[in-house]
Each structure stands twice: as C-alpha cells, then as structure tokens.
Design a protein. Structure first.
Length: 72
C-alpha cells in the first residue's frame, strides 16, 4: 500500500515521522500534512518533508512503524 511519509526535523535533527495512507487523490500529501499538524501542532515551526512511501519497499521499517503506532 502507498503512504505519505511525514518527517519532521528542527535544526537538522530528526524529531518524528508518521505514515498516512494514500487513496489516489491529488491532495493526499496535503491531507497527510494537515492530519500530522492537527495531531502535533508543536511541529508547525519545524522543517517538514513529505514523500511517497510504499510499505512493500520497506518491510522491516514498516513493521517497526506499525508497532510504534505511527501508521494512520
């Protein structure tokens, strides 16, 4: 399945990441960013990266994300 990976950094230091399911809409990435910032408003002043993520390409990483609760 495809996801939008949201990564937050401040001053070059990794802070957080979450994966949000993509549904094939043009605004999937914007929707993921909105959800992330709604849940974590303290990241509004951080450097945010959005990228397409396929769970089949990152099986071990995806399992870790599932276990940590950062897959939405």
């Amino acid at each position: 399945m495809k996801y939008t990976r949201v990564i937050s950094r401040r001053n070059g230091k990794y802070l957080a990441e979450h994966l949000y399911a993509m549904f094939g809409r043009n605004d999937d990435k914007i929707d993921a960013l909105r959800k992330f910032l709604k849940e974590y408003p303290e990241h509004k002043n951080c450097d945010i990266t959005l990228e397409t993520y396929d769970d089949r390409d990152h099986e071990d990483h995806f399992k870790a994300c599932l276990a940590s609760g950062c897959v939405h």
